[in-house]
Design a protein around this ligand. Structure first.
Ligand code: ACO
Length: 427
């Protein structure tokens, strides 16, 4: 044992191995702790618990570093495409030109969804949230494509099918919610251009595919593609550990992402900015409310469970947001308000002391709004982007020979043994 930690409990010393990652991160391996000492560890929210060993994403929240398979997210945002980044996450290395072409062809081949799935959409109540619909539809895919997931080839097909169809399902949900005719995917368009076309093309007004908007969407999805063991990814891994099919595990990830403290924050940011605008754009009052411990209000899009400095994705997103608004010649007062709010918060002691900086969601909603994406679909956009990460993380668990069923423990604080009282004797 090269490195170890000592635990002294009731005068007895226990030696536990310390393992080190490739970037020097260290962890005490406590897998034998209970067996040796009778103790478990308690870590609500698991914020000090490593749930797995992974080679997918490296994140340093103190320094604001994010890399996929070692490559800085800044480089991928500038030089890569979403499909290439998806390939990288899932297959561990960047594709050759031939591999990327084959991946793109496969994505096109699997882009249609079964016509019968349209009837599901028709029967959801009109006010249903698109995240609830998407989570249900992804789970339903298993019934339409019940093939095995045993061989490498079968897994590859299932993975490609999912990445391709999720985009079609999301665009379909928008079209059906508006009462418009569904637009089918086109083989001549790239992944991102295809999505925009399926969303916004209509028989009366053909959608003009703009390369800068396509680039912005690529960047948006690249920035969301993975974020190591966050809430939704942990959900995918935990649910997957019961050996459910991939569709069910991803469906659980979508449900977890929906929450306003996680992926739902991009929608919550726009709703917050609109509310501030409606109430007279008083930003000082807003910041005061966010600091008031008696008020449950929080500044949405601010703070992060791991970044204790500026979220590196937020920097890129802010620039992208500016570009898109300029390109589309949109003057959105919400962007000016967001920048002003950021300025006030970054210079406020409360936010400084707690290391609260804008996260990716602070500016992403404004950019999506400018592109014409409805607010209630923002989190769906996040889900499409996060899908390759969820798949890569699920695949990593499947390939792990020591893959265990996730089963945390607890410290019970309820009543000790209590006798049953028949109903007529209860007071
Ligand atoms: N506004 C005001 N105060 C905040 C905020 C905020 N957005 N975020 C954290 N704080 C305060 C807390 O009240 C707490 O104060 P205290 O120490 O006086 O009690 C302190 O900062 C630490 O907060 P925690 O909730 O313990 O921090 P944690 O790291 O667990 O939370 C979280 C992270 C949930 C993201 C939080 O910052 C938050 O609610 N932000 C707003 C929602 C949001 O933007 N979510 C998107 C995250 S990014 C993503 O999932 C893609």
């Amino acid at each position: 044992m090269d490195d170890y930690a000592k635990i002294i409990y009731k005068d007895k010393t226990y030696i536990l191995p310390v393992i080190e990652g490739s970037e020097g991160e260290k962890a005490i391996d406590i897998s034998s702790l209970r067996q040796e000492t009778g103790l478990i560890t308690l870590d609500p929210g698991f914020s000090n618990t490593g749930s797995c060993i992974s080679s997918i994403t490296y994140l340093d929240g103190e320094k604001g570093v994010l890399r996929y398979r070692g490559i800085p997210v800044e480089q991928l945002a500038e030089l890569s495409s979403f499909t290439e980044t998806a390939y990288l996450l899932i297959n561990k290395v960047l594709p050759t030109r031939e591999e990327l072409n084959r991946f793109s062809v496969l994505l096109n081949d699997h882009s249609l969804v079964h016509e019968d799935m349209q009837t599901f959409y028709q029967n959801f109540p009109r006010a249903s949230h698109p995240m609830g619909i998407l989570s249900s539809m992804v789970n339903a895919l298993r019934s339409f494509y019940p093939g095995l997931q045993a061989t490498e080839e079968e897994i590859n097909i299932m993975v490609t099918r999912l990445i391709s169809k999720v985009r079609t399902l999301a665009a379909m949900s928008y079209k059906i919610s508006r009462g418009h005719k569904v637009v089918y995917p086109r083989h001549d368009l790239s992944y991102c251009a295809n999505f925009l076309n399926m969303m916004f093309n209509t028989p009366v007004k053909p959608y003009n595919i703009d390369k800068d908007i396509v680039k912005a969407l690529n960047v948006f999805w690249i920035l969301h593609a993975d974020h190591e063991q966050n809430c939704s990814t942990s959900a995918v891994r935990v649910v997957g550990s019961g050996r459910v099919n991939l569709y069910a595990a991803i469906s659980a990830g979508i449900a977890a992402l929906w929450g306003p403290l996680h992926g739902g924050a991009n929608q919550a940011v726009i709703e917050m900015l609109l509310e501030i605008q409606k109430n007279g754009s008083n930003l000082d009052k807003t910041v005061k409310r966010a600091k008031d411990k008696k008020d449950p209000f929080r500044l949405m899009g601010f703070g992060h469970s791991v970044y204790k400095t500026y979220d590196p994705r937020a920097k890129i997103m802010k620039k992208m947001c500016d570009n898109v608004l300029k390109k589309l010649k949109i003057n959105d007062p919400l962007l000016d308000m967001a920048k002003e709010l950021e300025e006030i918060a970054l210079n406020d002691d409360y936010f400084k002391e707690r290391n609260l900086y804008p996260n990716i969601d602070f500016y992403s909603g404004i950019m999506l709004r400018a592109m014409g994406i409805p607010t209630n679909m923002f989190t769906v956009m996040f889900a499409i982007g996060r899908l390759p990460g969820w798949i890569a993380q699920w695949k990593e668990s499947v390939d792990d020979p020591k893959w265990k069923l996730s089963r945390p423990r607890q410290i019970y604080i309820g009543p000790t043994k209590t006798e049953y009282i028949p109903i007529d004797k209860r007071k």
